[in-house]
Design a protein around this ligand. Structure first.
Ligand SMILES: [Zn+2]
Length: 301
């Protein structure tokens, strides 16, 4: 799916190559850089006073990282940002290898601000959202617009690992034609937990002790109520997902996630795939995780 119709329609209609632009020497040193393309496009349908927008250059780079083809599209204001994003991608791709190989290339769109991301994802009222992944596409709010704390190289690599893991999960579980259908059966705790676990983001999640405290205070189940909590309590939902998935990996090994995704690819929905792979229903596993959290609070462990 194309994130921004105005942007993308014009872009595909009038692509023109412009290799060898000045100042690109550093990029050309990157192994696997295939092409650098300049596209004449407009950034919006019209300006705020109703006049047609001035044409602007939309830029693209195509890369091969390991065996993964990535096409990065961005606006000129992110010419410096894209170098950091590509460096982070180069570090991120190997981290996803434990789940297998990508079967489709990735389109990475660097969007100039949060408003553009909200519009492209139709997710309004999520000010904390920085990126969005689909089967073969990542929409990334330009890291140029993050606050200083968030903009570090390590954080960007984490984010890239996280989003690439989502793409790979979809590609392992489904084809391009039916990944949305498969996604509807995969619970948030597994989807976000897998991405957070792969990106080793436990250090930025609420600890299990804090999660246990929150659970005592609210009497809320952050696993089964994740959909309801997602918008306003993302820190709780992501922490529960991270620790539940980590618990799954500790108990069964990383291979279990690969088996679950393979079973979904072969026609099972998530609950059936989980039960076939682990021998227990999903609710038994998640209830066990929550019981562990509750004991955590009692023992202070
Ligand atoms: Zn995610």
């Amino acid at each position: 799916m194309i994130p921004d119709r105005c942007l993308a329609d014009r872009a595909h209609a009038s692509a023109s190559s412009s290799l060898g632009r000045p100042g690109r020497g550093l990029w050309l040193c990157l192994a696997g850089l295939l092409t650098l393309t300049t596209i004449h496009a407009v950034s919006g349908c019209a300006t705020t006073d109703g006049q047609p927008a001035e044409p602007r250059e939309l830029l693209q780079q195509e890369l091969v990282l390991e065996s993964l083809k990535v096409r990065v599209t961005y606006w000129p204001e992110d010419e410096k940002t894209v170098t950091k994003v590509i460096a982070s991608l180069g570090q991120a791709v190997p981290a996803t290898a434990l789940w297998g190989e990508f079967e489709a290339s990735i389109d990475l769109h660097i969007l100039p601000d949060h408003e553009s991301l909200a519009r492209a994802t139709k997710r309004y009222g999520y000010p904390w959202l920085r990126a969005w992944a689909r089967y073969d596409e990542i929409l990334l709010q330009s890291p140029r617009t993050f606050d200083l704390f968030e903009r570090g190289a390590a954080n960007l690599t984490e984010l890239m690992v996280h989003e690439l893991t989502h793409c790979l999960m979809y590609q392992r579980a489904a084809s391009k034609e039916n990944w949305r259908q498969a996604d509807r059966t995969i619970p948030i705790w597994f989807r976000e937990g897998m991405a957070s676990f792969t990106a080793e983001q436990g250090h930025r999640r609420l600890s299990e002790a804090h999660l246990a405290e929150w659970r005592i205070d609210t009497g809320t189940d952050p696993i089964s109520e994740a959909d309801r909590l997602y918008k306003d309590k993302p820190e709780v939902v992501y922490a529960a997902a991270h620790w539940a998935f980590t618990h799954l990996m500790e108990r069964y090994g990383t291979g279990i996630a690969v088996i679950v995704l393979e079973l979904i690819r072969n026609g099972s929905d998530f609950p059936e795939a989980f039960r076939k792979a682990t021998g227990i229903p999903e609710h038994e596993f998640t209830e066990g995780f929550l019981s562990r959290l509750d004991r955590y609070d009692q023992t202070g462990r």
